[in-house]
Design a binder for this molecule. Structure first.
Ligand code: DCP
Ligand code: MG
Ligand code: MN
Length: 369
């Protein structure tokens, strides 16, 4: 999941934008009505482009990408400084409880609602009474750690640690930290590492390397646990192209003063080495053959809303974009159902994929929606 990034106060609509993004995040957290998240983020994006403060419904609705509901909220924020609906949602005890439960790794809104219907009201109830999957058990045991955002400097140190281990096994591998880090975020929910090697055209060519890397990092205590993957990550030969797990940065790798520029909820954890304690962090390793690197970079840089709009754009142009490449002449049948993969247009070069789609290049830090 990707939280929104607020804007600096020099923008005339900064306050409105930040409240809209908070509202979008609230709906994202709730999992219901996901289109509202998209709508409010789009409206916030449109407001960012304005050079004057937007005060009324009429002014707002006249702007591209701002719908009725967003326009109403914009006027409300301009007048009162807040959105009543957001406050109601934030104060609703059942919504709060659902938020408490969905913050357990591996728990979605449906599971949370089932538990609430069963009468569970606290994490202790879940711990003692609920039937948990292995992933959920880990999520509950490490609840606080896994819900603490990772300061950017720690993401860098974690990445550097993995790069050192990877290079010691195979000096020709290349690693890129993707996800919110690549978009320039001050802090991240997890660390996403894209792994490739020159000359590879299939994920299976990298599986052996991944196995070696994971066992090395596990043996030395950097990787603490593997999390069960979803089946959709399997490639043709049955191997997983994605590895999910947790890691801990060794004390010696810890940079000083990491939390200085991070979000408020980063607290003072590990601010200096003397007070260091191990914090479990979520880590995703992604195997990508060089021939698909560009498409994979787009996908794993995100954010998810940016990805959705790029895929929609490809579809509108009779093409198809996924994490492996951009394809043309995709045969579609009834209900726009894909019949053939089509012919590969581009997979390796991120910029060329933008060009083939006819859109201007957007730097990773410009891909927040
Ligand atoms: N992604 C996507 N659709 C999803 C989930 C992920 O397109 N439903 C892509 C875009 C994300 C990237 O994968 O940017 C990494 O996923 P993360 O869940 O790690 O999200 P982020 O790295 O963007 O944010 P966070 O800081 O929360 O990890
Ligand atoms: Mg991430
Ligand atoms: Mn991730």
């Amino acid at each position: 999941s990707s939280g929104s990034q607020g804007v600096e106060s020099k923008n005339p609509n900064a306050e409105t934008i930040n409240v809209l993004l908070e509202l979008a995040d609230q709906y994202a957290k709730m999992g219901s009505e996901p289109w509202r998240t998209t709508a409010y983020r789009k409206a916030a994006g449109a407001l960012k482009q304005q050079s004057v403060k937007i005060l009324t419904f009429a002014q707002a609705i006249a702007i591209n990408n701002i719908g009725e509901s967003s326009a109403e909220k914009i006027e409300e924020i301009a007048k009162t400084g807040r959105v009543q609906k957001l406050q109601n949602l934030q104060n609703d005890p059942m919504i709060k409880l659902r938020g408490l439960f969905t913050k357990i790794y591996g728990v979605g809104p449906n599971q949370a609602d089932r538990w609430i219907r069963q009468g569970y009201r606290t994490l202790d109830d879940i711990r003692e009474k609920a039937h948990l999957t292995t992933n959920q058990r880990i999520g509950l045991d490490r609840y606080d750690d896994l819900n603490t955002r990772i300061p950017r400097k720690e993401v860098e140190a974690l990445g550097a640690h993995v790069v050192r281990a990877a290079r010691a096994i195979d000096r020709d591998v290349q690693l890129v930290i993707g996800g919110s880090y690549r978009r320039g975020a001050d802090s991240s929910g997890d660390i996403d590492i894209i792994i490739t090697r020159q000359g590879t055209s299939s994920t299976s060519q990298l599986i052996g390397f991944l196995d070696e890397l994971v066992s090395k990092l596990t043996d030395e205590g950097f990787l603490t646990v593997a999390l069960a993957a979803h089946s959709k990550n399997r490639v043709d030969d049955g191997h997983d192209s994605k590895w999910h797990g947790c890691c801990v940065l060794p004390k010696d790798d810890y940079p000083g003063d990491v939390s200085a520029e991070a979000d408020d909820n980063d607290g003072d954890i590990n601010k200096n080495k003397e007070e260091w304690r191990p914090i479990w962090r979520r880590i995703d390793l992604l195997l990508v053959p060089e021939s698909q690197l560009g498409a994979a970079l787009i996908y794993f840089t995100g954010n998810d809303i940016f990805n959705r709009s790029m895929r929609l754009l490809a579809q509108k142009k009779g093409m198809r974009l996924n994490q492996r490449g951009l394809y043309k002449d995709v045969l579609r049948g009834k209900g726009n159902v894909k019949i053939t993969e089509g012919e590969l247009v581009e997979g390796e070069d991120e910029r060329k994929i933008f060009r083939h789609l006819g859109v201007h290049w957007r730097e990773p830090h410009e891909r927040w929606c």
